[in-house]
Design a protein around this ligand. Structure first.
Ligand SMILES: *Cc1c(COP(=O)(O)O)cnc(C)c1O
Length: 469
């Protein structure tokens, strides 16, 4: 217990709030933070002086303000960075999103007949076309897509989902395939070993309790050496023979041929997976596709329709903002495709598609172009108390996509004279806008592949600001 005089030394909430001035946050947020701080002071001994309390509060509020969702300059070189919001949207998708957001819209109204319409019907058809599928639908994200599919096929007596031990993967934080299965009420039936799974392993596991066969794309790691897994076509044949649904979680969902992009490896497309006999595929909207967060499910029409009839589907549906941005993204791909997108040519990555999907544009930008920009930035930093240079980097797709594919890139490298590189990184992270890079070989580096050219000036200003006395 503190004595009454000691507690009286704790300043009032109102007095502290006034001393803080305007921290640039809603008053209720400031008051709540001050209250929390004052409550904590009751346990402090000795109770700090008024000035010290105000300073600590000011720092806490600055951190709080920094935590508001805001645009960030990505100098990490990781194109689909989950911590940085994955794929940025292109101008066309942003324009549709803004227009749909600000006005009423025909989300569930059929303008042709005046009757109630089906949400996202046009988008679903466009997605099916892009995936070379009979039908497609959209939910909140790929994890939701997988949960919906698992719940649907494992209802009733049949609960077992057959999955290779080589595909019991974890994606980022919080997405572990075995846990998703469990949360969906499915029972995992592991087959094979970490590195070797044969068709016979699948065949032997099939019994009365079997609900479906699942395949999960090893999107964020690779296995080499003594590794084998059966051709998906053979698994599809087995599934068909036993009348079991065969579903593949593709994760990233590249719909373009990634082998043609910046020397990347080939990433299986939804159309390819479906051609190999998979009944349904699911993939993310905001990874390599370059759209908003969404989980796309494509495949057999009767399965897609059944999923949409699930009461749980309603809990996972996307809102008008996501649907509008995704609609424009998908249209950009379809415009870049031949007359029969999924079956003949895949969408051609060229200027129009790049203009609309920044991730693809960033993948394709040349090292020469990056070097030119880096040179300009470095020149703009002359006379500042730091050593600045142009270096070589290696960008990555990230977001659990093509882990082996590093893309040669160009970095701006900084070694400040009067600060540690850690302090420079901290100051840039706390700037407006925040700039996020990485430290390597004692230097702070910015990989320019993930920095939009329109942000180069802001990068310059941020470094100047960070070094200001
Ligand atoms: C990224 C990924 C997921 C999760 O996708 P979200 O859209 O983030 O829910 C699931 N499976 C695989 C294989 C992935 O790569």
């Amino acid at each position: 217990m503190k004595s009454a005089p000691a507690l009286r030394a704790i300043p009032s909430v109102e007095k502290l709030r006034q001393a803080l001035g305007d921290p640039g946050l809603p008053r209720a947020v400031v008051v709540a933070a001050v209250r929390r701080h004052v409550a904590a002071l009751r346990a402090a001994k000795p109770i700090p002086e008024f000035g010290a309390i105000v300073e600590r509060l000011r720092a806490a509020l600055a951190d709080l303000k920094l935590s508001r969702l805001q645009p960030v300059i990505n100098g990490t070189g990781i194109l689909v960075h989950t911590n940085l919001g994955r794929a940025p949207l292109g101008p066309a998708a942003v324009a549709t999103l803004a227009a749909v957001a600000a006005d009423y819209n025909n989300l569930e109204l059929d303008l042709a007949t005046g009757a109630r319409g089906r949400r996202a019907a046009y988008l679903e058809d466009a997605l099916a076309l892009l995936c070379g599928a009979d039908a497609a639908t959209v939910v909140n994200n790929c994890a939701a897509a997988l949960v919906l599919v698992l719940r649907h096929f494992t209802s009733g007596q049949r609960k077992e989902v057959i999955l290779s031990r080589g595909e019991l993967i974890q994606i980022g934080g919080g997405f572990r395939v075995p846990e998703i299965l469990e949360a969906s009420g499915a029972r995992l039936r592991e087959v094979g070993t970490t590195n070797q799974t044969a068709l016979n392993d699948y065949a032997r596991a099939i019994r009365r309790e079997t609900a479906m066969i699942l395949k999960v794309h090893r999107s964020n790691f690779f296995m080499g050496g003594f590794v084998a897994s059966p051709d998906p076509k053979a698994i599809a044949g087995l599934a068909k023979k036993h009348r079991l649904p065969f579903v593949e979680d593709l994760g990233s969902g590249a719909v373009v041929d990634t082998a043609q992009l910046a020397g990347l490896e080939h990433e299986p497309t939804p159309a390819e997976a479906l051609r190999r006999g998979v009944d349904l595929v699911c993939f993310s909207g905001d990874k390599l596709l370059g759209g908003p967060q969404a989980g796309i499910i494509a495949g057999k029409a009767r399965h897609v329709a059944a999923l949409q009839r699930e009461p749980f589907f309603r809990a996972l549906r996307c809102d008008k903002l996501v649907l509008s941005a995704l609609q424009t993204t998908v249209e950009l791909y379809l415009e870049a495709s031949g007359p029969r997108p999924a079956s003949s040519g895949k969408p051609e990555v060229g200027a129009p598609l790049e203009a609309g999907t920044p991730v693809l544009a960033m993948l394709r930008v040349s090292e020469d172009e990056l070097r030119l920009r880096a040179g300009k930035i470095v020149a703009g930093l002359a006379r500042l108390p730091l050593q600045a240079g142009v270096g070589a980097g290696r960008s990555q797709l990230g977001g659990g996509t093509l882990p082996r594919s590093g893309i040669p890139s160009v970095t701006v490298e900084l070694a400040p004279r009067h600060l540690t590189v850690e302090e420079l990184a901290r100051r840039l992270r706390r700037g407006t806008p925040p700039v996020v890079g990485f430290i390597s070989n004692g230097r702070f580096k910015l990989d320019l592949r993930t920095v939009f050219p329109r942000q180069d000036e802001a990068v310059l200003a941020a470094v100047r600001q960070a070094l200001a006395p």
